[in-house]
Design a binder for this molecule. Structure first.
Ligand code: NAP
Length: 435
């Protein structure tokens, strides 16, 4: 029998478990350990609440979770309740599928002023992550600045713009919905340090900005390269840029009845955030591209008055003591998922925060191929009973998948009308609902 521990119950964790089931059939026992009492990581806490069709992938993970040889071990923190070394003693393979839940640091003066938030915190707040339930972002100002030109910047701009009616059918948590409804936002400026041809936004997500009830995007035609240059782009990117051209062509008359303008400010690098005890303005430097398409400052600066800054500049994997880590790239040091003998990583913890949810599927299968090559038939380790004995001795209250199903049932029962669920945002409430 082979024993595998997977740390993290997001997409990378479940695809790896699915791969292990397919590879080893009945000859494997997989424990998926998560520090939270609820599974699915990024699907629950990262994917935007108004993108329910993407969240539906958790149905596939549930099929894996409900099979005999895969187990969810929730409410167990690796590094506190059990160490990586202990897990390595108990399991033939330990796979870190911890994702990239920490923000890449915004390293500018004023980056720590009240009113500056990383996207992990802001997204976690509207998605009901227990770590960020008490965030209280100030939505009483007229202008919000968003840093970064990726899909997370788009999610944040869209969530800030939608009306209560537009959140119908979403599982945005009520604490966020109530505050967003009273927001005074009139301008959202999305700062990109490079140009329209360098953005990391995908076409479908960008296109959504053109269909909002009370907001409309604004792009300055002068920022766009000559149309002919779009032909050099790969097709997806060309579609993205076509959306920007459509935004630039939106007539002023159409904007008149829209409360919120979502302004794209390209070639704009944040250099400083200022304010008296809280965010009041962001100082931005005009940039240009060098011959390798990197942004370089021109020395020309200007300020944008704003009361909140949300930095959406990418994520990183939290390091774990004793596990080799690549600091520049915010992920574990690894070769094709192998970190050390018996220790592996997968998904964003392996490759950094790039790609779609589906990218984690081949990643999971690849890491399990490596595990299979390395562990043979298994070394007769203690596996599940060993972990249970250890956690029991330490008085850790484990949440099982059947407990999660009770939590889910309670969340569905308390949903507001039209919503799929109302998430519990406190760990103690989750545990209580799980019985
Ligand atoms: P991302 O795609 O890597 O975008 C990060 C953005 O931040 C880039 O525009 C980058 O500009 C900019 N940036 C980085 N450091 C900066 C700095 N110091 N100052 C100013 N700008 C800076 O990251 P993300 O938006 O967090 O998304 C993470 C992953 O999740 C991506 O693969 C994304 O596609 C995916 N995602 C997908 C969806 C969806 O499909 N619906 C939704 C959300 C996220 P440079 O290019 O100049 O470095």
């Amino acid at each position: 029998m082979r024993h595998i521990a997977i740390i993290g119950s997001g997409p990378a964790g479940y695809y790896s478990a699915e791969a292990a089931q397919k590879k080893f059939g009945e000859d494997v026992r997989v424990d998926i350990i998560d520090r939270l009492p609820v599974p699915f990581g990024l699907i629950r806490f990262g994917v935007a609440p108004d993108h329910q069709s993407i969240k539906a992938v958790s149905g596939r993970y549930e099929k894996v979770a409900l099979s005999e040889n895969v187990r969810f071990v929730g409410n167990v923190t690796v590094g506190k309740d059990v160490s990586v070394d202990e897990l390595q003693d108990l399991y033939d393979a330990v796979v870190l599928a911890t994702g990239a839940p920490d923000d890449r640091k915004l390293d500018i003066t004023g980056g720590d002023l009240p009113g500056v938030f990383g996207s992990a915190a802001f997204v976690g707040w509207y998605n009901g992550h227990p770590d960020f339930a008490d965030l209280e972002p100030p939505l009483d100002g007229k202008h919000v600045a968003i840093i970064g030109n990726g899909n997370v910047a788009l999610d944040v701009a869209r969530i800030l713009s939608k009306t209560r009616a537009e959140f119908g059918g979403s599982d945005i948590v009520s604490h966020a919905l109530d505050v967003l409804e009273t927001s005074s936002t009139e301008d959202i400026t999305i700062l990109g340090r490079r140009g329209p041809h360098q953005i990391a936004m995908t076409p479908k997500e960008l296109g959504e900005l053109a269909h909002l009830d009370r907001a409309t995007p604004r792009v300055d035609l002068r920022d766009l390269p000559d149309t002919g240059e779009d032909a050099l782009l790969e097709p997806g990117m060309r579609k993205t840029v076509t959306h920007l051209r459509e935004f630039a062509a939106i007539p002023e008359a159409y904007r008149a009845d829209k409360q919120i303008s979502i302004n794209f400010d390209f070639f704009a690098a944040p250099v400083r955030i200022e304010g008296d005890g809280k965010v009041e303005r962001i100082i931005v430097e005009r940039t240009k591209l060098d011959d390798q398409l990197r942004s370089v400052g021109t020395g020309e600066t200007y300020e944008i008055g704003c009361s909140m800054v949300i930095s959406c500049i990418g994520y990183q994997t939290p390091s774990i003591e004793g596990v080799p880590y690549e600091h520049g790239r915010g992920r574990f040091a690894n070769v094709d998922g192998r970190i050390l003998p018996g220790l592996y990583c997968v998904g964003w913890a392996r490759r950094g925060p790039t790609g779609t949810i589906g990218t984690n599927r081949p990643d999971g299968y690849t890491v399990i191929d490596a595990v299979a090559e390395d562990i043979g038939e298994g070394a007769g380790k203690a596996g599940r009973p060993g972990l249970d004995a250890l956690l029991d001795k330490r008085g850790v209250q484990v949440v099982k998948f059947s407990d999660w199903k009770k939590i889910e049932e309670a969340e569905i029962a308390r949903a507001r009308e039209g919503a799929p669920r109302e998430k519990f945002v406190r760990i103690e409430d989750m545990i209580a609902a799980g019985g």
